[in-house]
Structures are given as structure tokens and as C-alpha cells.
Design a protein around this ligand. Sequence first.
Ligand code: NAD
Length: 370
Amino acid sequence: MSERIYKIAAMAGDGIGPEVVREALKVLRAAEGKFGFQLDVTEAPVGWAGIDAAGKALPDDTLALCRESDSILFGSVGLPDRDPTIPKEERPERAALLALRKEFGLFANLRPVKLPAELAHACPLKAERQGDGIDLLVVRELTGGMYFGQPKNTETLEDGQLRAVDTMVYSTSEIERIAHVGFKSAQLRRKHLMSIDKANVLENGVLWRDVVTRVAAEYPDVTLEHMFVDNAAMQFLLRPTQFDVVLCENLFGDILSDEAAALAGSLGMLPSASLGATSGERTFGFYEPAGGTAPDIAGKDLANPIAQIRSAAMMLRHSFAENDAAAAIDAAVGTAIANGLRTGDIFSADDPNARQVGTTEMGDAIAAAV
Ligand code: NAD
């Protein structure tokens, strides 16, 4: 990359957002010093913070900042006690989150699920099903399929019943584009791609399988397998360690990524990335933890910052190809866990090596380990 200067919009949002984004920025600064790139970070209000500052969940200045940035590091938005006080379309999740997804054409959602062996207790599966630790990545198509296909309506039939219609639609180019994200992600990992479909029943499944198989020819170093979605739902619980990258269309990915998330034990561990267009060597991305604003623990130094910190690592990897720095952050998270540091959500009193720490101490330890 010619100039390693990256312009980042940091939007912490509500609830625990400001606490965990602060720790993620701390860790990014540690990586910046060590790996020699430069971060140009501008913070901006969003969600209720946006409404309080400028009357809108996505203030005009915040949107303008996003447009001139290379990537967005996002906390979480929405407060259950305030959301119902304003119309639905003005509420933070719709007016900020969905608006940003649309604005930046974020078509690929990446959700890695990693359960280190030390946190086996937090996983609902028996230890023998966890192998040496679960480590998989769900790549979900985000802008097509049943959620957006037309026609989509509810009509009243002559006999008075209601009839609802949703339509699953994919074109070749939409499948190709997400398949490339899947194969490229697999190249950065253990080089295995499991493509999920329902080719035994759905026309979309047949096309999905054909296109993914064709794209595979461009990635001879990646092993491709196909699995029906119903079997995948079962295999996630029976043998999750068989998966490296799991490629799904929108609806299947929505369901399977939440099922996979449950394997990690806590929302506080789960990062995510939503990718848009690539220009040159940079890909516009939106990086946020899988969880929400956690109002029950906000402002108490109780939140686990790892989901946000790992989201920042994903930004370095997927938007800027700073793979060494991203790997160093992931390794630093592993070191903090191995050293016994635990926020409340992943703490077990049965583990003699575990010590409960707050948001700030966890962030400090990870930044120091980078
Ligand atoms: P939530 O994810 O905020 O919380 C669910 C549970 O997980 C809570 O017990 C919380 O304490 C815990 N949790 C979440 N993140 C954690 C972390 N980092 N460390 C430790 N524990 C953590 O979900 P919710 O309670 O259903 O929603 C609260 C608000 O967040 C709502 O207003 C909702 O609309 C919003 N929300 C926003 C986003 C987003 O911005 N992308 C996503 C989900 C929910």
C-alpha cells in the first residue's frame, strides 16, 4: 500500500459503546506505533448521542464524516427506555444503523466465532464437542435474497384470508461477489470454505451452488465443500470444529450466524464486519460488536471490550490489509485470556487461574500485549 494513512470514523453510540470503543482505540494506537501505519481518527455522535447532540440518530455531520472516511468503527446504538418515545423510523437502529448499511452498500457480513480453550466453560456444548477450541467465520450475504426480493407483500384473498409473499432472489453477480469474499477470507485462514444452500429444494440453491463452484476455480488453494442448510444447523452443534469459513445467503446466514454466536458463550467476545465496495487496495467496511448497548451494565466498567477490539482488528485486516497488525491484536486478546483476565461475562469462579477485571484493565492488558 502506497500511503499507510487510514481515515477512520469512530462512532461510539450509546450504552457501553463509548466504554468499549475507547478501549478499541487504545489498542489500535498501540498497533499503530508498532506496525508503522497512521490512523486519522475522528469521533462523531450517533444513536441517542446523535439525537442529543444534533437532533438526529445519524446527524448530517456524522454522515459527512463517514463519506470521507476509509472505514467506520461503530459501537452500538439504541436505548430500550428511550427508543419507544420517538417514531420507529427515527429510532437509532433504523435511522442510523440501517441507513448506514444502505448508504454504503454493505453487502458482506463477516462474523468470526472464536472460543479459546480457556473459555470452554462459557460454551453450551460439552467439552468433547469443542475439540481444541471453536474457530469459524460466517460470511453472510447482506443485501439480497428473501429480505429484499420483490414481490413482498400481504394481500387479502377473495375468501377474506390474508396471504403473505416474500421472494428469494439472487443474480449471478450477487452470488459471485459474496463468493469472492468467502474464498478470500478462507485464504487468510485455514483455507476451507463450506458453502451453505438448499439446492435439493430451492432454485436459488441450485444457482448458488453452481456459481460458488465456478468461482472456486479462481482459488485453487481453498478447499470447497457444500452443505445443505438444515444439516449445517445440526453440524454446528455436533461438530463445530469441522468449519473454517461458512458461506451463506442472507436468510440462512442470519440464522446460522446467531447459532454460531451462541457457541462463543458471550456476546462480549463477538466482533463483526460489514464490507462494501473495494477501491484500489482498500475496502470500505463497517466494524461493530455483535451485541447491543447493554444498558444493564453501561457506565460500570463491566463491559467486555474484546468484541469491539476484535472488530478493530478486523478493520485492519479486511479494509487495509494490515494483516500482521490484525494478527498481533488477536494474539494479544489470546494472551490476556491465557493470563486469566476475565470480564464478568466470561468469568468462572471455578477457574483457579481466572481473575475478574473491568473494561479498562482488560483494554490496557490487550494494548500492552500488542
Ligand atoms: P444487548 O446485546 O445489548 O445485551 C444482551 C445481554 O448481553 C445483556 O445482558 C448485556 O449485558 C450482555 N452484553 C452485551 N454486550 C456485552 C459486552 N460487551 N460485555 C458484557 N456483556 C455484554 O441486547 P439487548 O439488551 O437486547 O439490547 C439493548 C439495546 O441495544 C437495545 O436498544 C437494542 O435495540 C440495541 N441493540 C443495538 C445493536 C447495534 O447497535 N448493532 C445490536 C443489538 C441491540
